[in-house]
Design a protein around this ligand. Structure first.
Ligand code: FMN
Length: 198
């Protein structure tokens, strides 16, 4: 089966039940990255800056980033830590960013560290998308391998890996990737998730 997709067209656009910002509706998690173009450094810097300005519990800012550009040893070490199919496509991304958390401040555990890092990741994705980069977060990676590769002490824990870069040529991608790319984007209705909405 051959799939034809226009990545700029409504296929990936969220079928939102209420108006949302275009940048939110148009973001999707691609697995098809441009293997030739390097990361747009200005856009990457802005995405990290957006993450920096995410809110966090008590302004503790517990997120920590490991940033690797394709072709470098950091990128290669992150690819090595990816599991299964993630390794097959995410290695193409112009940059890979580990989102990690500091787990404590002055010996006191941070109760919202993962939540805060998730907000930073969300800010990152939206800023990146607005600048023409694409992103795809992954939980499928070996946390211990990341910790070993980057000398994480006990106070650091990797939470997700973010693939980021320009979109690749969807039509030229292997069938397995095009099939996943063609899958409809769906969400539960708000009536299922707003369990109280009086
Ligand atoms: C924390 C987290 C972990 C994820 N892990 C993976 C993963 O390991 N592999 C993968 O292909 N996608 C992964 N995803 C992507 C989700 O499957 C994707 O965001 C979801 O299906 C919604 O699709 P959309 O982002 O295109 O709207 C992950 C997303 C998040 C937020």
């Amino acid at each position: 089966m051959s799939l034809t997709l226009d990545h700029a067209a409504p296929h990936h656009r969220a079928q939102a039940d209420a108006p949302i910002l275009d940048v939110l509706a148009e973001r999707w998690s691609t697995r098809i990255f441009d293997t030739a173009t390097p990361i747009d450094e200005e856009a990457l810097r802005s995405a990290l800056e957006a993450a920096r300005w995410a809110p966090s519990a008590n302004n503790t800012q517990p997120w920590r980033f490991v940033v690797g550009r394709r072709g470098g040893a950091v990128h290669a070490a992150i690819v090595d830590a990816l599991m299964g199919f993630n390794q097959a496509w995410a290695a193409d991304a112009a940059a890979l960013v580990v989102f990690a958390t500091t787990t404590s401040v002055d010996g006191k555990p941070l109760g919202w560290a993962s939540y805060d890092a998730g907000q930073a990741a969300a800010y990152f994705t939206i800023q990146a998308h607005a600048a023409g980069l694409h992103t795809h977060q992954m939980g499928g990676f070996d946390r211990e391998a990341i910790a070993r590769a980057f000398d994480f002490g006990d106070d650091l824990a990797a939470v997700t890996v973010m693939a980021v870069g320009p979109l690749g040529d969807i039509e030229a991608a292997p069938e397995a990737l095009r099939e996943r790319e063609a899958a409809p984007r769906t969400r539960l209705p708000i009536s299922d998730t707003a369990i109280v909405n009086a």
